[in-house]
Design a protein around this ligand. Structure first.
Ligand code: COA
Length: 174
């Protein structure tokens, strides 16, 4: 498998991001993380929006987040992960430290495992040694990705829509 890394989107990624969004729509499926939804075609506006999120500007009750793209060494963008800088009273129940997604055409090749593994490294660089990851009780692919990365189920909780979510902790020092 080609090598992958996490990179913050920059001015050179405009075409690759347009391509990712179009292909994601064609293949269908839930677009995750949420910061991707806000791309409306204006790339540089979206970059400004991401910078605001990273710096905690105009984010209401939310906590600052940094979006990283999963980039393959041939330049393809396969997915994205959004890392929350800390937990608060809301995301400690549902949301946790991060949300991730792989573009549907690239699913089933092990990239889900890779994106979480690389995100854990980023979290460790931020000093976060105990990582909370949550997912819907029936999101079996995500559950497997979390378990493959050392997740230990603490319990289940209800999110704000009343959907049951599984809450896992990962010891990021191992
Ligand atoms: C969850 C997601 C990231 C997984 O990505 P992926 O690239 O398909 O995952 P992988 O190929 O690395 O597969 C990891 C494991 O999950 C298993 N898996 C994948 N899809 C599955 C499914 N639909 N049902 C059950 N297991 C599944 C794989 O078999 C693999 O298990 P293995 O290690 O025993 O072989 C992807 O499905 C996705 O983007 N979903 C939408 C967004 C989302 O739900 N994000 C998570 C929110 S917390």
């Amino acid at each position: 498998m080609n090598k992958c890394c996490l990179v913050k989107p920059n001015s050179t990624d405009e075409n690759a991001i347009h391509n990712l969004m179009e292909r994601w729509k064609i293949f269908g499926g839930r677009m995750n993380p949420g910061l991707l939804w806000h791309f409306d075609g204006n790339y540089f506006e979206w970059l400004r929006y991401l910078t605001n999120w990273e710096n905690g500007i105009d984010i209401g009750e939310e906590v600052p987040q940094t979006l990283f793209l999963l980039k393959r060494d041939d330049g393809a963008i396969l997915g994205a992960v959004s890392i929350r800088h800390y937990l608060n009273h809301t995301n400690i129940i549902d949301g946790g430290h991060l949300g991730y997604g792989i573009c549907p055409e690239f699913r089933g090749f092990g990239y889900g495992d890779i994106i979480l593994k690389l995100a854990l490294k980023k979290l460790l660089e931020m000093g976060i040694e105990k990582v909370l990851v949550t997912c819907d009780f029936d999101n079996y692919a995500s559950q497997k990705v979390i378990l493959n990365n050392g997740g230990v189920l603490e319990n289940q909780a209800l999110d704000e829509d009343g959907i049951t979510v599984n809450r896992y902790w990962i010891d990021n020092t191992k």
